[in-house]
Design a protein around this ligand. Structure first.
Ligand code: TTP
Ligand code: MG
Length: 374
């Protein structure tokens, strides 16, 4: 069985592109979509900007007054966010994407992973053709451009998609995954934020190549086993996270809002332990056991993050559920510097065994043997 074929589709400058759809005459101007806080006329931050505005240095998260300054000499348009409108368009695009996928996972308002392994007959060439069709259909039906990364897993697909924007299609095969990543800075890996990047720099690690060759014992000493293993595997382009359908029939989930935004593990665990207990009670009535445990975090920037772990064998243990949730949370907060606003837990049963598990496992072992020599 060949490697998986996974794509990440990310719509270009999404909120601003939606605004251009509504009013095509602004397409030739810098367009800045703003979250106005209402305190003063210009207080608030930039949500996103079109690529014309980006040429002037305007970015997501920048204060509006700063964006106005950068665009002073232009005919720039500043518009307030209209989530309802963007969501409507997002839903239509997601429906198109679903029709192209064996398995589909939406990860944000303008992003989704598609596993196309089966319909591409395990051929990367065919996968590329599907990716091109996806781009054509989104353009034809919704008049929107997107950027796609096509790769053997989610991790590489995401980085590939970010490489060429807007309107890009970047393909990275299994054989080229490690060399594709090697020259990139570590900050390109999901989970390496400003703090982790600085800690890696202090260890002399700047590029992903340097990370992949860094002594494993020292990496564990610096980041702990779970994160060190993640960083090491990620640096080699190894990632086994499946593309997960949301809302599967065989899943039980609970989500709750935290009393305050937080990244404090003990505080969050109090809430997730309660959720686990609820889920476990519901599970008991079904008489089933589960194999996959996932967490969902809505962070202060309103983005939705999910992480999951699939166990070797099914279980109905509350303790295992809680322990796995704790590990997933620990890993998430080592990789992200965001605070959580809402937390969720989900358990699910996977009927089919993940198709390429065996092959990837042997790839990991080979890769580790190679690097442990250095
Ligand atoms: P992104 O996909 O990160 O950004 P984008 O689509 O605007 O641009 P790109 O071409 O680089 O993909 O985010 C999707 C939408 O989420 C974006 O259009 C607006 C919103 N958003 C914010 O409101 N604040 C932020 O800080 C970011 C990063 C995004
Ligand atoms: Mg986008």
């Amino acid at each position: 069985m060949g490697p998986r074929i996974v794509m990440l589709v990310d719509l270009d400058y999404f909120f601003a592109q939606c605004e251009e759809l509504r009013n095509p005459s602004i397409k030739v101007m810098p367009v800045v979509v703003c979250v106005f806080s209402g305190r003063t006329e210009d207080s608030g931050v930039v949500s996103t900007a079109n690529y014309i505005a980006r040429e002037y240095g305007v970015k997501s998260g920048m204060p509006i007054f700063m964006a106005k300054k950068k665009l002073e000499a232009t005919n720039a348009v500043f518009l307030p966010v209209d989530y309802t409108f963007y969501e409507e368009i997002s839903n239509k695009v997601m429906d198109i994407l679903k029709s192209f996928a064996d398995r589909f996972e939406q990860v944000g308002i303008d992003e989704a992973y598609l596993d196309v392994t089966e319909r591409a007959n395990e051929s990367f060439q065919k996968g590329c053709e599907i990716a091109a069709q996806v781009k054509n259909e989104i353009l034809r039906l919704q008049k929107l451009t997107c950027s796609i990364g096509l790769a053997p897993n989610k991790l590489v697909a995401k980085i590939a998609a970010d490489t060429q924007k807007p309107d890009g299609l970047t393909v990275v095969t299994l054989e080229h995954a490690a060399s594709f990543l090697a020259s990139l800075p570590v900050s390109r890996l999901i989970g390496v934020g400003t703090k982790t990047k600085a800690r890696m720099q202090a260890l002399g690690i700047n590029s992903i190549f340097e990370l992949s060759h860094f002594n494993m014992q020292r990496l564990i000493a610096a980041f702990g086993k779970t994160s060190a293993t993640y960083f090491h595997n990620a640096s080699l382009g190894i990632d086994e996270e499946p593309v997960q359908e949301r809302g599967e029939a065989s899943s039980i989930s609970r989500i709750a809002t935290l009393q305050k935004d937080s990244r404090e593990l003990d505080f969050i665990l109090e809430k997730t332990n309660e959720l686990c207990k609820d889920i476990h009670a519901a599970l008991t009535t079904t008489g089933k056991s589960f194999k996959t445990i996932g967490i969902t975090l809505v962070t202060t920037d309103m983005k939705i993050h999910t992480r999951s772990e699939t166990l070797e064998s099914p279980t109905d243990s509350l303790e295992t559920m809680r322990r796995t949730v704790k590990e997933l949370l620990e890993r998430f907060f080592t990789q992200q510097e965001l605070k959580a606003r809402r937390v969720g837990v989900k358990i699910s049963n996977f009927l089919e065994k993940q198709r390429n598990q065996k092959q990837l496992t042997s790839f990991i072992q080979e890769a580790e043997n190679e690097t442990s020599v250095s």
